[in-house]
Design a binder for this molecule. Structure first.
Ligand code: ADP
Ligand code: ZN
Ligand code: ZN
Length: 821
């Protein structure tokens, strides 16, 4: 049996640490088990065993594992492999991945608590030494105390070994006292105190209870519910159900329990909603959809990944449903990834109808307990076949994935920004699938340039759906030239006469309108009319956004909020003007034109809770509201059947964004929001407001010309060495002191140029160059797509190590963003 275990700690460490396995744990401990270990001088952590062996590490003295938390591993072996891949590819530690992967209910708090054992008596053969006595005396004053505090209170130093020996003597507890965040949900059940084989005992009980009418009533209710009358069984019955049926108070029940006739006990029940939903057959596919499905199967024969490029409302979701059915029939599992915002009741109801209880939904806004239960259900293979989930569901303990679907695969929210691991869920899911020997289907009406390129190159299979379900036409797109309209004084506000007219007609016909503005708030900035002073955040390098409702200025990075100044702090002028326009402003403007209609706004500010978000959707679905104003939140996969007019208020703000993906994204957003028009009944109309109607991108949007946009953008990407031809790695450096940061960033860039030459750009100021008082510099590394990432990683880490010779470098935070979005 192995002597040592290598463990993953929930810390950004770049190696595994080895611990000794105490004899009593050797039997049960295995790869994937959670253990409590000491680390550093003062702390305990929940670590995960990755490997057991017999080689003592050469360079440090091992410590002993303190306890084992599970009798069975909570991870499957392939998961650990997947964690290692993520850490390797995204330049972070496996500890970072561990922190992101496990629901917090499975991670015990690192602030370990210690408490005295009240039943402890000193054993005369094994007396306490002085340090132990002091510690126990201190401990007796506290029911629970953290190791750090105990050290302080006792005045002792290095108390870990003392705690350890006291643990051996059973004078104190630790693991039991660590707060377990996950608590199973229990329900109280009632049962007869004897089995059906002893049913002759019932007769004397009836006689005994004759004077106690209520108790008799309760007993009869129990017998009825437990199906004794029909089948002669004494099944357990939930306490609440029983009391309700008998219509007596709980004291009557206690009476029967005291007499030893009934027994009461708690049993663990599931939080997952398994209210016995029965599955219904899926809709039959039409011929176009069926053909696409056949093509997907065909493509799966020799491609790992297939891209389904289907226009909005072509019925991609229906195709997914059929595909999933095929896979789960073979007993394999399916992961269906959607962007957080697209995980709506609209979608879950559609899937639950077909998959019933074999479907589980994994959402970051769910409670931790629910997430732990999904985890355990998968781990113990208790019936979930399909996971419909957000980004982090790639970390669930799948046994045998047969298929991964990534819907809206172009969505940039699949990329985790902060903290590490900064992974892209689509790309990671492809790797996960291949580890399971599963296929991946990427779906989108507006694929990411990278994915479409891979399909063109034959790396991915490719299937297209060019018509909408029931052949509804894609919307016609009309342009309102805002520059000309403003010059001719035909447009003073933010809404063009054309848009007003179309909206008006639609509303009169009883149809609905969506207005899209990719900015929340009332107006992004206020400005002094005289000196052009603009308010900025105290802690970040960003302009504050004006929120009319509270008449306040807010930082969208750190949440800093302040009042609008009465006077310009720079010149004292009192006229401070509003520049630009956000959703709140549009909502207010449109209300003036259409006072008789109900208007709703959907953006981050109005959808802080899941419920608020679903409510907005529901109200619009039920036509309680007629006009919906929103940010890009309204572009995501919503399926409304009565929207005939969509207004895109400013194409220009999207196109002018300083990023190499700006045009691709602007196209995606506009095509997606346009796709909300005329989904069910007939062709819809989109009014696109722009100051540059001749721009090729605008023409591509008007003509629904994805391929045209792809080719234009691809040429630029090639010319300027961007993805998909080059891989980007952003290297970020952060520090409180700008001077130190500047000089360190410069020498780091110089050092990197020695290795990577012209592939290094910068250091530069990122768009927001200071966040929460930390200054930020960015160095860009562009590597050829076919370069070995392992080699790149090695060279980068080497350079970083070299830099550590510079004292100042040690205080700088460095992190990497691979394939940034
Ligand atoms: P997409 O995912 O491509 O946007 P959906 O799958 O949401 O498209 O389909 C659009 C609408 O058409 C949905 O309301 C869906 O219920 C309906 N629909 C699509 N295919 C079928 C089908 N085969 N049978 C019945 N309804 C369908
Ligand atoms: Zn001023
Ligand atoms: Zn801020």
């Amino acid at each position: 049996m192995s002597q040592f275990a290598d463990v993953i700690l929930p810390l950004p460490l770049h190696k595994y640490y080895t611990y000794r396995i105490p004899a009593e744990l050797k039997e049960n401990l295995s790869t994937g088990s959670r253990v409590i270990v000491p680390f550093g001088r003062k702390k305990y952590y929940t670590a995960i065993v990755i490997f057991t062996h017999n080689h003592a590490p050469a360079d440090y003295e091992t410590k002993e594992i303190i306890s084992l938390l599970d009798n069975e591993p909570i991870l499957r072996r392939p998961q650990l492999k997947f964690w290692e891949w993520i850490a390797g590819y995204y330049f972070c530690s496996v500890g970072d991945v561990y922190k992101a992967a496990l629901p917090s209910g499975l991670k015990l708090e690192s602030e370990t608590l210690v408490s005295p054992n009240p039943d402890y008596e000193e054993n005369p053969d094994n007396r306490l030494i002085e340090r132990e006595s002091i510690l126990l005396d201190t401990l007796s004053k506290y029911p629970k105390i953290s190791v750090q505090d105990l050290e302080k209170e006792s005045g002792l130093r290095n108390i870990l070994p003392v705690i350890r020996t006291l643990l051996d003597k059973e004078a104190l507890f630790i693991t039991e006292q660590i707060k377990r965040k996950y608590r199973p949900k229990t329900e109280t059940y009632i049962k007869l105190a004897f089995g059906p084989e002893e049913q002759e005992k019932l007769r004397p009980i009836f006689e005994q209870l004759a004077p106690a009418k209520k108790q008799l009533k309760l007993l009869m209710a129990y017998l009825e519910l437990s199906s004794f009358m029909q089948r002669g069984q004494f099944k357990e019955v939930p306490r609440n159900t029983l009391l309700e049926r008998a219509d007596v108070s709980s004291s009557v029940l206690s009476g029967l329990i005291d007499k030893g006739i009934l027994i009461s006990y708690k049993r663990e029940i599931s939080r997952l909603d398994t209210s016995g939903r029965s599955a219904e057959p899926a809709h039959a596919l039409n011929t176009v959809q069926q053909k696409a499905l056949d093509q997907i199967f065909h493509s799966f024969k020799d491609k790992e990944v297939t891209l389904l490029h289907g226009v909005t409302s072509s019925g991609k979701t229906e195709i997914y449903i059929h595909l999933i059915q095929e896979v789960i029939q073979k007993g394999r599992q399916v992961l269906y990834l959607v962007p957080e915002i697209a995980l709506t009741t609209q979608l879950t109801t559609r899937l639950q109808r077909v998959f019933g209880d074999s479907l589980a939904i994994y959402h970051s806004k769910f409670t931790d307990n629910e997430r732990v239960e999904i985890w355990n259900n998968l781990l113990k293979d208790k019936g979930i076949r399909v996971i419909l989930g957000v980004r982090s569901s790639i970390f669930l303990p799948f046994r045998d994935l047969g298929l991964v679907i990534v819907d809206e695969e172009h969505e940039n929210t699949y990329k985790q920004q902060d903290p590490a691991p900064r992974y892209h869920a689509r790309n990671a899911a492809i790797v996960l699938a291949s580890m399971h020997g599963a296929k991946t289907l990427l779906g989108s009406a507006t694929p990411a340039l990278e994915s479409y390129y891979n399909a063109q190159q034959g790396k991915y299979g490719f299937v297209e759906l060019t018509s909408r379900f029931e052949d509804i036409q894609l919307p016609r797109i009309l342009v309102a030239n805002t520059q000309e309209l403003r010059r001719k004084k035909q447009m003073t506000g933010n809404i063009s006469p054309l848009l007003l007219d179309e909206a008006n007609q639609a509303l009169k016909r009883g149809e609905q309108v969506i207005l899209f503005q990719n900015r929340r708030g009332f107006a992004p900035v206020i400005e002094c009319k005289l000196c052009a002073w603009v308010p900025k955040c105290k802690y970040c390098d960003v302009t504050l956004t004006y929120h009319k409702r509270y008449h306040q200025l807010t930082c969208h990075y750190c949440g800093y909020t302040c009042e609008v100044p009465r006077q310009c702090p720079a010149c004292g002028h009192t006229e401070i003007d509003i520049r630009g326009f956000g959703t709140e402003r549009i909502e207010e403007d449109i209300a003036q034109y259409f006072p008789d209609y109900q208007i709703a706004r959907m953006d981050l500010d109005t959808t802080r809770t899941r419920k608020a978000y679903e409510q907005l959707i529901e109200d619009f679905e039920q036509h309680k509201t007629q006009i919906l104003v929103g940010t890009q939140m309204i572009t995501k996969g919503l399926d409304f059947d009565n929207v005939s007019v969509v207004g895109i208020l400013s194409a220009d703000t999207m196109m002018n964004f300083p990023d190499f993906r700006a045009h691709e994204r602007a196209f995606q957003l506009m095509a997606q929001v346009a796709g909300r028009a005329g989904r069910k009944k007939r062709q819809g109309t989109v009014i696109l407001q722009t100051a540059q109607p001749e721009h090729p991108l605008i023409q591509q949007v008007i003509n629904h010309d994805y391929a045209g946009m792809f080719h234009t953008q691809l040429k630029e990407r090639q010319q300027f060495s961007y993805p998909p031809f080059f891989r980007l790695i952003y290297i970020y450096l952060k520090h409180r002191d700008e001077t130190i940061l500047n000089s360190v960033a410069c020498s780091y860039a110089t050092r990197l140029r020695q290795v990577f030459a012209h592939r290094i750009l910068g250091p530069d100021l990122p768009p927001v160059a200071r966040i929460q008082s930390l200054y930020i510099r960015k160095i860009v590394l562009k590597v050829e797509n076919n370069a070995s990432m392992a080699k790149v990683r090695e060279l980068l880490y080497q350079a970083q190590d070299d830099m550590l010779k510079d004292e100042r470098f040690k205080s700088v935070t460095v992190y990497y963003d691979v394939d940034p979005m």
